[in-house]
Design a binder for this molecule. Structure first.
Ligand code: OAD
Length: 258
């Protein structure tokens, strides 16, 4: 991943020494990765799940984000996902999403693992992206399992129907479900091979996603946390950058040539 130039030395003058150090590590790493959570989309105006104002403080996850809830009242679950889709459609990716996408364009061994289903990383331009909790813009047939992308907001019919006539469900992972197998295997491989893992805007309490930081650490990666608050990852992080992702990431990931 490109060495530091003289320009970088100039640019680094006056920069927070921790940020400067992590920038050096990123530029020296032959493989780097990031794991993002809801915190990276907070500054786009999407509520996080936990903490003050979190979605799971207002709604009960077991009534909306479980297979049991969908079996009991698919229309209610779909109304909630339809509402969330409308909220997400009305916001834009922020400087944090854009900084990750730009970093990927400049570095050919950077993989982004996200727990977010909002699609904001895609809209910012990230392509080497592992969506371990699925995608709110994907619909999956409960009968034939066919998947399709549908960005309509609102959806014209609830619950939506597949061409085969079967009822579709949101293409996201619910509590109690397994992660998409191939994506999860790739995510573990990515974390195991990364020399630097950025852990950004996640409370790191939902497993198995939260296990990726420890896996990377065991495999020798430098762990860098970017979060406004302390989390369980803070204890194993080599560097903790405290503050909003939309402010820290552009500074951390900016090109060394200005
Ligand atoms: P959480 O809502 O649990 O955590 C959000 C994290 O982001 C917290 O640690 C906050 O401190 C941090 N945060 C908030 N604003 C931030 C900002 N501007 N910059 C940086 N950090 C910020 O969200 P997740 O960890 O993503 O799963 O939640 C994990 C999973 O639980 C989600 O994927 C979802 C949820 O239930 C499913 O739906 C299966």
């Amino acid at each position: 991943m490109g060495g530091l130039s003289d320009c970088a030395a100039d640019y680094n003058r006056g920069m927070d020494p921790t940020i400067s150090r992590v920038r050096d590590l990123l530029h020296q790493a032959s493989a780097a990765a990031a794991l993002t959570g809801a915190g990276i989309s907070a500054e786009s105006g999407i509520q996080t799940f936990r903490g003050p104002g979190g979605i799971w403080r207002t709604y009960r996850a077991e009534n909306l984000a479980t297979p049991e809830a969908f079996a009991k009242d698919s229309k209610l679950v779909w109304e909630w996902y339809n509402f969330r889709r409308s909220v997400i459609a009305g916001v834009e990716p922020n400087a944090g999403h854009r900084a990750l996408a730009e970093f990927e364009r400049r570095n050919n061994n950077f993989t982004l693992i996200t727990q977010n289903v909002d699609g904001l990383h895609d809209r910012a331009g990230s392509r080497n992206l592992l969506k371990i909790h699925g995608d709110i813009w994907t619909l999956r047939c409960t009968v034939c399992a066919r998947e399709r992308h549908d960005a309509a907001t609102p959806l014209p019919e609830l619950p939506p129907r597949c061409a085969c006539g079967g009822m579709e469900r949101p293409g996201v992972v619910w509590f109690g479900e397994s992660l998409p197998e191939e994506v999860w295997i790739n995510a573990q491989r990515t974390a195991g091979q990364a020399q630097v893992l950025l852990v950004i805007g996640t409370s790191a309490v939902v497993y198995p996603a939260a296990s990726l930081a420890a896996l990377a650490k065991r495999s020798g990666a430098v762990i860098v946390e970017v979060n406004i608050a302390e989390t369980p990852v803070s204890a194993l992080a080599d560097y903790s950058l405290r503050g909003p992702a939309a402010e820290i990431l552009p500074e951390l990931l900016a090109s060394e040539i200005r």
